[in-house]
Design a binder for this molecule. Structure first.
Ligand SMILES: [Zn+2]
Length: 140
């Protein structure tokens, strides 16, 4: 079992696919700030933590990409797994930037910086102590 984040969005000005995850996150392609907002970060954090607890890695054994939200999650799984097994002791932002720069983005180059911003936003959340719903086992 895995936790999917089913979300698709294309910029109404330029058609670029992206996730307006926080207030004032602009389209990474044309810079427009749209009305549309989607609370992606907490759901993505939940999905990442869920996999990690169950299988020891962020990447689950199988992952069906059914939406943009899932597509970006898949990139995050491999990024955070790679970060945990890194050899040099570099900071996360630096590591993530060079990891994502090595990927082939085809005609969606604008997504590289977008996914980097999402990853940097998520990383401190992953390091936080477990959320209340996770500590139920401790308190019975
Ligand atoms: Zn746009």
């Amino acid at each position: 079992m895995t936790l999917h984040v089913v979300y698709d969005h294309a910029c109404e000005h330029c058609g670029a696919f992206y996730i307006p995850y926080d207030r004032e996150v602009p389209c990474p392609n044309c810079g427009a700030v749209e009305e549309e907002r989607f609370d992606y970060i907490p759901q993505a954090v939940q999905s990442l933590r869920f996999n990690k607890r169950r299988g020891g890695t962020y990447m689950p054994p199988a992952w069906w990409v059914g939406s943009l939200g899932d597509h970006i999650l898949r990139l995050l799984f491999s990024l955070f797994d790679a970060y945990e097994s890194r050899e040099a002791n570099e900071g996360f932002a630096e590591f993530a930037a060079s990891y994502l720069a090595d990927m082939n983005w085809g005609d969606q180059g604008y997504l590289e910086k977008h996914v980097l911003a999402i990853a940097i936003r998520i990383q401190p959340e992953l390091d936080r102590p477990d959320q209340p719903e996770d500590s139920r086992t401790i308190w019975g």
